[in-house]
Design a protein around this ligand. Structure first.
Ligand code: C5P
Length: 406
């Protein structure tokens, strides 16, 4: 998301400086170019070597460095970035900014810069509540400087209160908010993903081949668009989605209960491959294979249909509900029947099974092909074959257009 962005990160002297290493890591993961300035105080907490290694860039820490000045020059350093982030920002550095002092590299850069600044304060709660700090913050805000945090919680000094630096993830979100419009901000989304496991006995279950990749990608794309996301996941091997409220479940009944607990929600995407049936009763003990006995018979009962239940919720129906249809044949016919029967707004239909090379076409694969059906416009779109990430992004574009048209 940040691949063309150049960020100057100023790390001043607070214990929260250790979190700045994580900020650098997250920014690099998003593709941003990161240049770091370490104040004298900052270098008491983390070393230039760790900052340089993570940012893969030179670290600047001295206004009077002949080498730095000949290579870059502090005026250029202050102008060549899209955003300057101060994390942690100490009370001292904010006071210098508010009063226009320039007695070190960081404060001089800030005075010489015409670039936007995002500040993540970190200090003891009493320092944060001090009238001097309050008025400095006021002054900076009036000048258009953006703030993220501070957060409330336990401090390294043993006290508790408002003053902790925001977590690296939240600072990353604030940076993204600065660069991008978040069209789904304020909307709550619920996504189901992965398979369900229906227990037969303590060791066996009925499951399916769903990997959860599509649902996780959709949760990520919704988060990037600014929605508040709860991801209810059946058993998968995928890492949790950072920033989403993750709820792990096993069975269809657990998934339904978790979905209902999340309501009200605005957007609901049911991408989980929920088992249609479960064992009528689960054996408390492992079913044993005894010599001479016939194989046990399995009696099945129907699972609740989560998509149908949410689509027909008497009081808390999400305003946009999207279901999936994994079919092996007659995709259009089945998708339309599903739209009608389940009462959802859109269906993302796809073919499952193996291609001519024996590879899975949808389940477990990183790519898929979607046929998109909408109840509202009685329309069908054939999307080209693409990665599940691109499918997620395209779906989110459609969701954004849907809410814009409202
Ligand atoms: O009927 P079928 O399983 O093909 O429908 C698929 C759609 O319905 C998917 O969106 C899936 O998440 C949802 N579904 C559900 N609960 C079930 C079965 C399917 O939510 N018990």
């Amino acid at each position: 998301m940040l691949s063309s962005k150049k960020i100057l990160l100023i790390i001043s002297g607070g214990i929260a400086a250790y979190k700045s290493l994580d900020i650098i890591r997250l920014l690099r993961k998003e593709g941003a170019q990161v240049t770091c300035v370490l104040t004298k105080g900052g270098s008491q907490f983390i070393t230039p070597l760790s900052v340089a290694s993570l940012s893969e860039n030179q670290v600047y820490d001295d206004l009077w460095s002949l080498i730095d000045e000949t290579q870059m020059g502090h005026i250029r350093l202050s102008r060549e970035h899209d955003l300057i982030v101060l994390a942690p920002a100490t009370a001292n550095l904010m006071a210098k900014m508010a009063h226009g002092l320039a007695d070190g590299l960081a404060s001089t850069l800030l005075l010489a810069s015409d670039k936007p600044v995002l500040v993540a304060p970190a200090m003891n709660p009493v320092m944060w509540a001090n009238e001097a700090t309050k008025s400095n913050v006021e002054t900076l805000k009036k000048r258009g400087i953006k703030f993220v945090g501070p957060a409330e919680g336990d401090m390294a000094c043993g006290e508790t209160g408002l003053g902790r630096m925001s977590e690296a993830e939240d600072i990353l979100t604030a940076i993204k908010d600065f660069f991008f419009e978040r069209p789904l901000k304020g909307l709550k989304a619920l996504v189901t993903a992965g398979p369900t496991y229906e227990a037969i006995d303590p060791v066996r279950f009925i499951g399916n081949r769903s990997s959860g990749k599509q649902g996780y990608a959709i949760a990520r794309a919704l988060l990037e668009a600014g929605a508040q996301v709860t991801l209810i996941s059946g058993p998968t091997r995928i890492r949790p989605v950072n920033g989403a409220n993750m709820v792990h479940v096993e069975s269809a009944e657990e998934m339904l209960e978790a979905c209902e607990a999340v309501l009200p929600a605005d957007i609901c995407v049911c991408s989980a491959a929920v088992s249609d049936w479960r064992a009528t009763s689960m054996s408390e003990q492992k079913i044993k294979k005894e010599a001479g006995n016939l194989p046990p018979s399995l009696s099945l009962t129907e699972n609740p249909d989560i998509l149908e239940r949410l689509s027909n919720h008497p009081t808390k129906r999400p305003s946009l509900i999207i279901g999936f249809a994994a079919e092996t044949e007659n995709i259009g016919k089945h998708a339309k029947v599903k739209l009608e029967k389940k009462g959802c707004d859109w269906i993302m239909a796809n073919l499952v099974g193996k291609d001519e090379k024996g590879h899975e076409k949808a389940f477990g694969s990183d790519e898929n092909q979607i046929y998109f059906y909408s109840q509202e416009h009685d329309s069908k779109e054939t999307w080209e074959h693409m990665s599940k990430k691109h499918i997620a992004d395209r779906l989110v574009v459609k969701i954004v257009e849907h809410y814009k048209a409202k």
